[in-house]
Design a protein around this ligand. Structure first.
Ligand code: MSP
Length: 537
């Protein structure tokens, strides 16, 4: 098996993290955890993108230096990921010296290979996108993504000769049909290439907040050019050849759909220009939408303002400190609990939040994100199904088996369901479809609940037939702990403990430990508080 190197985009530190960031990060985390469970060698990277006009602008607004601003906001990201039990192996900040070295080494190679030239750039720039637009691309004279005015910029820039890579990129796409997924997004990326590629400006002289260009210190690299290299920095590019070559190119970049051009056109071409193999896989997901509008940092700001004013009907949890974000007057009343990751974890708990982010909106498509949706899935899947199964089994083992869990029947009908579910879940994780892996797991939970309802062991006299039903249900709980551990690590460990098993599911291996019949029997089963108390709609 090749090693499994998975990355999230590195997030801008102009503002606090929101649920959209958490969506990508939790999905990447679950994938990393699944691969660790399979015994694969895993490296999971996330981090922050700290250069560029957007961050410099936020710092100026708050009267601090860009570095001070980045140092403050990065704490919010670190805190959010700690809360959500994100298991990243590294966290990269683009202001770190190791990153400066890697960017300079990488771009010096591109320069030495003859793909960088000096020219004058004139264009319309959106600071929020950190990107140029043509007049035709503007909507009513404003940025098509942010609706904010663009600025005219003219400066001497170094250009990356992207136009030279059209044919090579087309060939690469043809030879690597799985490099960009899903297929719809691959087609989108391909159509960018087929539409013709222009050289891109990769340095700035109008600002200092960036990585200095090694061959011309008047310039700093344009933020995107610096940011993309983070994926190589973290594995030691420019410093530790055997290590980065060990992890590269077997990388999986998980990204949102708005940054497809950077990752699926620029980045592979940059790699080619530097003599590095392009990334093996970019998986592009859609957007979480609230009432059809992108959950953006602007909405986070609006929310912070609402919360500070005591409005919005939120639970009062602070998603984003208005002092820190420079809140402006709210235009759309969106509930805070729908926006900031911490407001969700405080309200629903860490694992229920993670479960929702993994289960509700399939990776690849856009989907609605709503408080109502969260409550209804929580009640259906977690309270009524999983929580109920755990509670029921522990109660009946207590009353009918003296609190000692019986062993399962090796030939139980549930064994066949479990085998099918394991195979479906394994396939789904491999396809980057955590929602399908969880859907499959819930079929096993449903089957166990149904078999308990059919047998009604709570009404029967203690004896071998009651033991058989409960032994099977306990074995299902053991398997479910393993299968849900990438999504809900604490819940999985708690179920494991309650059914009397040693260690934690995370220490086991799939598929070896996921074969039917592994529950030993003869161990104490304990009841606990409801794992997922039912919520009012
Ligand atoms: N700094 C760049 C990325 C550089 S990567 C070399 C950037 N940062 S960002 O802070 O704007 O984060 C964008 C990413 O956050 C998206 O690609 C996606 O992963 C995530 N999301 C932001 N809003 C989102 C939604 N509304 N829904 C789902 N994911 C979202 O772009």
């Amino acid at each position: 098996m090749p090693p499994f190197y998975v990355t999230t985009p590195i997030y801008y530190v102009n503002d606090a993290p929101h649920v959209g960031h958490a969506y990508t990060t939790v999905n990447a985390d679950a994938l990393a955890r699944w691969h660790r469970l399979c015994g694969d060698e895993v490296f999971f990277l996330t981090g922050t993108d700290e250069h560029g006009a957007k961050v410099a602008e936020a710092a100026t607004e708050h009267g601090v230096s860009p570095q001070e601003w980045a140092d403050t906001v990065v704490q919010r990201f670190l805190g959010a990921w700690r809360d959500l039990e994100i298991s990243n192996d590294d966290f990269i900040r683009t202001t770190e010296p190791r990153h400066h070295h890697a960017v300079q080494a990488f771009l010096q190679r591109v320069h030495d290979n003859g793909y960088i030239r000096l020219d004058t750039y004139r264009g319309l720039y959106c600071v929020s996108c950190e990107d140029y637009y043509t007049l035709e691309q503007l909507v009513e004279g404003k940025c098509p993504v942010h609706g904010r005015p663009v600025v005219e910029m003219e400066e001497e820039n170094y250009f990356f000769e992207l136009s030279k890579f059209e044919d090579r990129l087309l060939r690469w796409y043809e030879e690597h049909p799985e490099a960009v997924r899903p297929a719809t997004k691959r087609n989108e990326a391909l159509s960018f290439v087929k539409g013709g590629l222009k050289d891109i400006s990769i340095t700035r002289t109008s600002m200092r907040w960036g990585v200095p260009v090694p061959w011309d210190e008047r310039h700093v690299f344009y933020v995107w050019y610096d940011a993309l290299v983070n994926y190589l920095t973290a594995i030691g590019y420019g410093e530790d050849e055997p290590t980065w070559r060990h992890w590269w190119p077997a990388v999986h970049h998980l990204i949102g759909k708005e940054i497809i051009r950077f990752h699926c056109v620029w980045w592979p071409a940059m790699c080619m220009a530097a003599g590095v193999e392009p990334p093996a896989h970019v998986f592009v997901h859609g957007w979480l939408l609230v009432g059809g509008q992108k959950l953006s940092k602007t909405l986070v700001r609006q929310h912070a303002q609402l919360a500070a004013a005591g409005g919005s009907g939120s639970d009062g949890a602070a998603g984003s400190d208005p002092e820190a974000t420079g809140a402006s007057a709210p235009a759309h009343p969106v509930r805070l609990t729908e926006i900031a990751p911490q407001s969700l974890t405080e309200d629903f708990g860490v694992d229920a939040t993670r479960y929702h982010l993994l289960r509700d909106v399939p990776l690849g498509t856009d989907g609605d994100f709503s408080y109502e949706g969260l409550v209804s899935r929580y009640n259906a899947d977690l309270a009524n199904n999983l929580g109920n199964l755990v509670a029921r089994v522990a109660t009946v083992v207590g009353t009918k088996c003296g609190g000692i869990g019986p062993a399962p029947d090796p030939n139980s009908a549930l064994g066949a369901v479990a085998r099918e579910v394991l195979s479906d879940a394994t396939g789904a994780w491999a396809r980057f479809a955590p929602h399908e892996a969880l859907e499959a797991t819930w079929r096993l939970i449903g089957a166990a609940n149904a078999s308990l309802e059919a047998a009604e062991p709570w009404k029967a006299e203690p004896g071998p037939s009651v033991d058989a039903v409960l032994g099977d249900a306990l074995e299902v709980l053991r398997l479910v702990s393993l299968l849900v551990s990438p999504a809900m690590p604490s819940t999985a460990a708690e179920i494991w403990r309650r059914i009397g098993l040693d260690g934690a599911p995370q220490d086991r291996r799939v598929p070896a430990d996921a074969r039917w019949g592994g529950y030993p029997g003869g161990v104490p089963v304990v009841k606990g508080d409801p794992l997922f108390p039912r919520r009012k709609a």
